[in-house]
Design a protein around this ligand. Structure first.
Ligand SMILES: [Fe+2]
Length: 509
């Protein structure tokens, strides 16, 4: 049965359902929120065809606020909305749905936003006297709007500022509830956990403005906490990512953080770059404890996203997008939004770090000079050496964060290729999907969702990963508009439709 709901005319065009009293650029143009949920199957293909060896779903999380915020709107404050594009048997379907967070339920019940967003101020009295159990979502709105990971049959939505994990049905995007991993999770959890497909473990940690600064978890393939340990840090930090290898997890301690005393006194986080302190990476055995962490020191700076890490003998090798000067340079003319706008203006490059676990030796090198971020390899290769990674090229002359091109790195040859997006198009982070036919590491596709602000129509784009410079080989009409957002994940069909996989293997047998 064909079910196709075309709601494109219902989505507001550069007209948010509310404004925050400020001409906030993250509420206009490609960032304009949409106002409804959509389910549509068997989508119209505008150009090319859906490859029959593309099997799985491109999932993108992002902010889509419903109510006017308490205080100025930060792009990170928008209620999480997942855009899922499913590919199977040469056909495509699409769902977009809000993630049903505790904060969103409260807002719908009360008709207004209850908690401050990223820019505060925070009512710290909400956690007074219980600092050891306090976590950031207790006083800062947790939107679950940042990342998605498929683990143990659940799509896990997580938040930038270390929040509650929300479990979604990966086939309907319905929120089933807050995920505690059978009661084993008693802190918040960060956005960028990693799934090791070799063990089906989910590895992540929580961090907070109050003690404990960092709590590390390994969730087993059965969805239960397999390992948990507290890691000491010099104070509250703002880690954003992590990397894994088969035997280790690499934790972050960057010199970009806030003064907790000032937070308690003023209700504001004032984040500062401490150029006098090093960047530190802590190499922790996967099931290790605080005493087993090996800390390595590097040039001060900050990393939002790592590409990958792997082991070579006694060495841990890790690639990521490094910001050598993350100083938040406010432009006073941008008024109360100046801190947010400055924080989101990215300048960095691809860098490699090496750490020797036997000798303690370490080194780092800049690999390229392009301003790239939002980097993904084939997510099946997290923890093992990957030859290719796919990044977004970020312009330095825009007021807001946007992507101007897709960059493919070949780390074996030391080369890169760039596809510059057509003017007026705003794509999301791309995710790589390996062909079901196997083949070379880059035998597959890069997938994204893109919106053209000339007519506010959106498309799903499919690139041949072996030839990204040719541009998208397939363009699929998306019913409704896809606002700019945060992270994409690729969910392989074998994990989305395991019953089908079992059936296929039986037929093959
Ligand atoms: Fe991120």
């Amino acid at each position: 049965m064909r079910k196709y709901t075309d709601i494109s005319t219902q989505d507001p065009i550069d007209r948010p359902t509310w404004v925050d009293g400020i001409d906030n650029p993250y509420l206009h143009g490609p960032y304009t929120p949409v106002v409804s949920e959509v389910t549509a199957i068997d989508l119209k293909v505008n150009a090319g065809k859906v490859p029959d060896d593309l099997y799985g779903a491109y999932m993108r999380q992002g902010p889509n606020p419903i109510f006017e915020p308490k205080g100025p709107y930060h792009w990170f404050d928008g209620d999480g909305m997942v855009h899922g594009m499913y590919f199977r048997d040469g056909r495509a379907s699409y769902i977009r749905k809000w993630t049903q967070t505790r904060a969103l339920h409260d807002e719908i019940e009360h008709g207004r936003v209850e908690l401050s967003g990223i820019m505060g101020p925070y009512d710290i009295s909400r956690v007074a006297g219980r600092e050891n159990a306090a976590m950031n979502p207790d006083y800062c709105k947790d939107t679950a709007n940042t990342t998605l990971n498929l683990h143990n049959g659940k799509l896990l939505a997580a938040w930038y500022n270390s929040g509650r994990i929300h479990a979604l049905d990966p086939l309907t995007l319905e929120t089933s509830g807050e995920e505690t991993f059978h009661g084993g999770l008693d802190t918040s959890m960060n956005a960028h956990g990693k799934v090791d497909v070799r063990t089906n473990e989910y590895i992540n940690y929580g961090y907070a403005d109050f003690q404990p600064w960092l709590t590390y978890y390994v969730i087993g393939a059965d969805g239960r906490v397999k390992h948990k340990t507290r890691i000491d840090l010099p104070g509250p930090r703002l880690p954003h990512d992590t990397t894994i290898t088969p035997n280790y997890t690499i934790l972050h301690d960057f010199p970009l953080f806030h003064d907790p005393a000032l937070l308690s006194k003023t209700g504001h986080r004032v984040v500062q770059f401490r150029r006098d302190l090093p960047s530190r990476f802590g190499v922790l055995p996967r099931y290790g404890t605080q005493e087993q962490v090996r800390w390595f020191e590097f040039e001060p700076g900050y990393v939002l996203h790592m590409v990958n890490a792997w082991e070579e003998g006694d060495w841990i090798i890790m690639d990521g997008c490094f910001q050598p000067d993350p100083t938040i340079r406010r432009d006073p003319s941008e008024g109360p939004l100046s801190s947010m706008l400055a924080y989101l203006r990215y300048k960095g490059h691809l860098r490699r770090w090496r750490m020797n676990l036997k000798t303690g030796e370490c080194s780092e090198e800049q690999l390229d000079d392009l301003n790239v971020e939002f980097c993904l390899p084939d997510m099946d290769l997290y923890g093992v050496k990957s030859r290719y990674s796919y990044h977004q090229l970020i312009p330095t002359d825009l007021q807001t964060l946007a992507f101007e091109g897709l960059v493919k790195y070949d780390h074996e040859k030391g080369t890169r290729e760039i596809y510059h997006y057509p003017r007026g198009w705003f794509p999301s982070e791309t995710a790589f999907s390996k062909s079901t036919r196997g083949g070379d590491e880059d035998q597959g596709y890069c997938v994204t969702l893109a919106t053209n602000i000339a007519d506010y129509q959106s498309e799903a784009w499919i690139f041949d990963a072996k030839n990204i410079t040719a541009g998208p080989i397939t363009r699929i009409a998306v019913p409704g508009r896809v606002p700019a957002g945060f992270h994409a994940s690729w969910c392989y069909g074998r994990d989305l439709w395991p019953a089908a996989a079992t059936q296929r293997s039986r037929v093959a047998a």
